[in-house]
Write a protein that binds this ligand. Structure first.
Ligand SMILES: Nc1ncnc2c1ncn2[C@@H]1O[C@H](COP(=O)(O)OP(=O)(O)OP(=O)(O)O)[C@@H](O)[C@H]1O
Ligand SMILES: [Mg+2]
Length: 275
């Protein structure tokens, strides 16, 4: 892939430690997995080491989009004692992913003790090794999602212009703000017909957030509806130059929310899951 020319603000001012990004939505099917994968590709094309983690325990789909069937997933970690290293699937050198397995009921609502072991192993494995860890999450207000998103330095929420997607995005923010003190998030409006439409959607969310929550909505940008993407998905090649170009502009606008507390992403996540 050609090297992107725009400087990415997301890369500026980042200390050497691993950065954590989460991609979430209230409503399903808004483009989280597609955006996660392509975002990883962009950061990797800038020479960064990237790990994608499928945060949808038991119903993941990063591997389906990539057309890769991992030999082992989180189910093997929990049931068969597989190590984290055995779960890691390389997409390219320095660009990896971990699948949480698809259609595995045992992975839904895991007891805290088991999640704690997973989180500690993931921390040992990923912290310092990758520049960026990006979590793809399931839609909605599941407690695991809320914990991941509110612990990450860069919480990204995706919506489309559909009223139901907008309402559910706001619903997710409201819950994260009231229960986890989420103070700010970045909004990407996907499947828009124009930048104007994207900004209008952002404005409607910004206004309700300002009125009813203490969370600030930051506009990351919008991505056009692109009918050609369906072909990419069917062919299990989720990398699209059109999408990468637009997403690159978004990443060039995002700046990393620097850690203010001493607590690491993993410590925050553990504390939140414990509750
Ligand atoms: N900008 C776009 N233009 C056209 N189609 C898109 C666009 N973004 C995503 N899609 C399509 O929307 C569908 C859903 O995308 P994706 O699986 O990434 O969403 P998701 O939010 O991860 O879904 P889920 O909530 O089920 O995990 C896919 O078929 C994808 O090709
Ligand atoms: Mg998905």
């Amino acid at each position: 892939m050609e090297q992107q020319t725009l400087p990415l603000r997301i890369l500026e001012g980042k200390d050497s430690a691993t950065g954590y990004i989460s991609v979430a939505s209230g409503k399903g099917g808004v483009g989280k997995t597609l955006i996660t994968i392509n975002m990883g590709r962009i950061l990797h094309s800038h020479g960064k080491k990237v790990l994608l983690i499928d945060g949808d325990l038991g119903l993941s789909n990063i591997h389906l989009m990539l057309g890769i069937t991992p030999a082992k997933n989180l189910y093997h970690f929990f049931s068969g004692g597989a190590s984290i290293e055995e779960l890691v699937v390389p997409i390219e050198d320095g660009f990896d992913f971990i699948s949480s397995g698809s259609g595995i009921r045992e992975l839904v609502n895991m007891p805290f003790g088991k999640l704690k072991t997973l989180i500690m192993r993931l921390q040992e494995f990923a912290e310092g090794k990758y520049d960026w860890v990006i979590f793809d999450t399931p839609p909605g207000i599941h407690s695991d999602t809320i914990a991941i998103v509110s612990s990450s330095q860069m919480p990204i929420i995706i919506t489309t212009p559909e009223p139901t997607a907008i309402a559910d995005a706001y619903g997710l923010v409201k819950v994260m703000n009231s229960s986890e003190g989420l103070k700010e998030f970045f909004l990407i409006v996907n499947k828009v017909s124009s930048e104007y439409e994207g900004k209008k959607v952002y404005e409607s969310i910004r206004v309700v957030c300002e009125k009813y929550t203490t969370a600030e909505a930051k506009y990351a940008g919008s991505l056009r509806y692109n009918p050609k993407l369906i072909k990419n998905i069917i062919e299990q090649n989720p990398f699209s130059n059109d999408l990468i170009k637009e997403l690159n502009q978004i990443l060039s606008r995002l700046s990393l929310v620097q850690k203010t507390s001493k607590e690491s992403f993993w410590e925050k996540l553990l504390a939140k899951l414990k509750r």
